[in-house]
Design a protein around this ligand. Structure first.
Ligand SMILES: *[C@@H]1O[C@H](CO)[C@@H](O)[C@H](O)[C@H]1NC(C)=O
Ligand SMILES: *[C@@H]1O[C@H](CO)[C@@H](O)[C@H](O)[C@H]1NC(C)=O
Ligand SMILES: *[C@@H]1O[C@H](CO)[C@@H](O)[C@H](O)[C@H]1NC(C)=O
Ligand SMILES: *[C@@H]1O[C@H](CO)[C@@H](O)[C@H](O)[C@H]1NC(C)=O
Ligand SMILES: *[C@@H]1O[C@H](CO)[C@@H](O)[C@H](O)[C@H]1NC(C)=O
Ligand SMILES: *[C@@H]1O[C@H](CO)[C@@H](O)[C@H](O)[C@H]1NC(C)=O
Ligand SMILES: *[C@@H]1O[C@H](CO)[C@@H](O)[C@H](O)[C@H]1NC(C)=O
Ligand SMILES: *[C@@H]1O[C@H](CO)[C@@H](O)[C@H](O)[C@H]1NC(C)=O
Ligand SMILES: *[C@@H]1O[C@H](CO)[C@@H](O)[C@H](O)[C@H]1NC(C)=O
Ligand SMILES: *[C@@H]1O[C@H](CO)[C@@H](O)[C@H](O)[C@H]1NC(C)=O
Length: 250
């Protein structure tokens, strides 16, 4: 008798906890997207739109690919405009179809040089071979735009961005801003680079903190949900045991 009543009670309890879980889940999922979209739309509108993603590969003397890079690039520069007579801020995208790639691969350093018309952007990577870690250690920009009162050259060789492990690639899906100097910052989109230890294609990727934060939200929501469902099931089981105990004493 008790066994039969248990079999009849279980589906009702399961359905109850399932409904509760679904309603809690909807509550969470309704709340999560606005915070995500709010952070994505909070920066002021970008004048030129999102940059196109380019594939920039460097080959060594024997024609083997030794540096791999895939990214969308947006320059943010300020310069003295000859036509305006004052300092202007300009945001411009690099266009992969008209960008030329060159560079070099040495044992402890590597460069990626991108040239589009009168703009030359150089990435300098450094490998610490004792730690087997690499990073983006320098960025240089040479630009001669029509309205510039003089050619712009900015360089910072004491940077520490894109820290990765040799043989692995560094990845950042989200927009990343690299501050170079007061006059120049670089926005990257859908980034994946591997400056050392390339064997054919990208090695497994280490994700940037921005991406990891994004993945943490669903993980936390999922964990919270699992705990809630567990509490509901436990509460149901305890409640049912108590009611059975009550029947037995009568
Ligand atoms: C460009 O840089 C300026 C000054 O650092 C900043 O206020 C602006 O938001 C930046 N724009 C973009 C699109 O990154
Ligand atoms: C070019 O890269 C390949 C693969 O990493 C390596 O075996 C070769 O020695 C390199 N050649 C030169 C000239 O650096
Ligand atoms: C490069 O691509 C852009 C669109 O991204 C296009 O407007 C432009 O005409 C292309 N230029 C060349 C030289 O193919
Ligand atoms: C890169 O490495 C080569 C050879 O190891 C060295 O001659 C050169 O000075 C290095 N360049 C930089 C910028 O460290
Ligand atoms: C490149 O620079 C030269 C000289 O500064 C200028 O005449 C030319 O118009 C520039 N080209 C582009 C595409 O900006
Ligand atoms: C590599 O990193 C270690 C620890 O940060 C440092 O002591 C060492 O000088 C670095 N080596 C090079 C070649 O930069
Ligand atoms: C250069 O200045 C003129 C006059 O203000 C402007 O019409 C033009 O768009 C500017 N060009 C660039 C590339 O900023
Ligand atoms: C770059 O500079 C801006 C302000 O100019 C700052 O808000 C931002 O945190 C800096 N980014 C990094 C990666 O240091
Ligand atoms: C170069 O970058 C470092 C690290 O981001 C920064 O502390 C330094 O002020 C920058 N140098 C210049 C000239 O802007
Ligand atoms: C660069 O290398 C990647 C990976 O090997 C490849 O998919 C891509 O087509 C290459 N791009 C160019 C321009 O060679």
């Amino acid at each position: 008798m008790i066994l039969i009543s248990r079999k009849q009670n279980m589906p009702a309890g399961a359905i109850f906890s399932l409904l509760l879980a679904v309603s809690i889940h909807q509550c969470f999922t309704n709340e999560v997207p606005p915070t995500v979209t709010a952070s994505a739309t909070s920066p002021p509108p970008v004048t030129p739109g999102l940059p196109e993603r380019g594939n920039y590969n460097v080959t060594n003397a024997t024609g083997t690919v030794c540096l791999l890079a895939r990214m969308g690039l947006q320059l943010n520069i300020s310069y003295l405009s000859s036509s305006h007579g004052k300092t202007v801020q300009e945001v411009m995208n690099l266009h992969p179809n008209i960008t030329k790639t060159s560079g070099s691969c040495e044992p402890d350093n590597a460069t990626l040089i991108l040239t589009e018309n009168n703009i030359t952007l150089t990435f300098i990577f450094t490998l610490n071979s004792t730690l087997n870690k690499y990073h983006l250690s320098g960025l240089e920009l040479l630009a001669a735009l029509p309205n510039m009162s003089k050619m712009l050259f900015v360089s910072n060789t004491s940077l520490n961005y894109w820290v990765g492990t040799q043989g692995h690639s560094y990845m950042c899906r989200k927009e990343q801003t690299l501050n170079v100097t007061q006059d120049f910052s670089l926005n990257t989109f859908g980034l994946q680079v591997q400056p050392f230890g390339v064997s054919g294609d990208f090695g497994s990727a280490v994700e940037c903190a921005l991406d990891v934060d994004d993945m943490l939200i669903p993980i936390i929501v999922g964990a919270a949900l699992a705990v809630l469902v567990l509490i509901v099931i436990l509460a149901y089981l305890i409640g049912r045991n108590r009611s059975h105990a009550g029947y037995q004493t009568i």
